[in-house]
Design a protein around this ligand. Sequence first.
Ligand SMILES: [Zn+2]
Length: 273
Amino acid sequence: MTKAFDVPPLARPVVDTHCHMDVSYDDEQILPDVGQALANARKVNVTKVIQVGCDVASSKWAAETAEKFPDVFATVALHPNAAAHDPDLVNSLEQIDLLAALPQVRGLGETGLDYYRTDKEKAQAQHISFRAHIDMAIKHNKPVIIHDRDAHDDVIDTLLNYQSPETVVFHCYSGDEVMAKICADNGWYMSFAGTITFKNAKNLHEAIKVVPNDLLLVETDSPFLTPTPYRGQPNTSAHVALTVREISRLRGQSEEEICELVFSNAARVFGPF
Ligand SMILES: [Zn+2]
């Protein structure tokens, strides 16, 4: 049975810095009702969202949607798992580069490395694509949004030893406290998703405590990673309210303070809004 969404509005406005409104939770192809999703989010004081592209088609959709809706901003990229299977990677990267120049496109992502779905030894295309996205982020002076799944060391190595743009965001931060300190030392943003509300996410519960105020972001990665107590149902931008409240509890900071921090940090990374 689905549990009705019943979450009081946040004390202050926040931004969902990572969502996929075009992705269906159960693989049914339905056209997203963006207006409805934004209205639902606004009810709990989630006032802006970043729609993230994962391939050329979804990046185009993100850019088009951001053009139509003033509270939506886009990022564009080939997801590492898309890059891994792209028959014409060079051409796809060129198309991402063209989209990246648009004013409503505020970042290059999600890109990075995913050794969960692709063996580390077979990840050559992911490395090529990740580096190309870093180059584009530098060229367009926009942030890079990183997908890092089971690839912490190689992602950090690329950023430190290849090159890195001025602004780096670890989307759905999944490292531990030690890695959070490395990110903090390098000025990399850490964006926390609904996973922080999971009881067994001890690494995240420790990591969140060492994230500097000015590097903290929140996101949903919707329709996935639905926070407790709505696990098993599709995630939406409105659900980020639960993540904000859990972060407030774990860090011992008021809800108002966390809202203000994540809004001003999001504006610094993805703005002007
Ligand atoms: Zn994502």
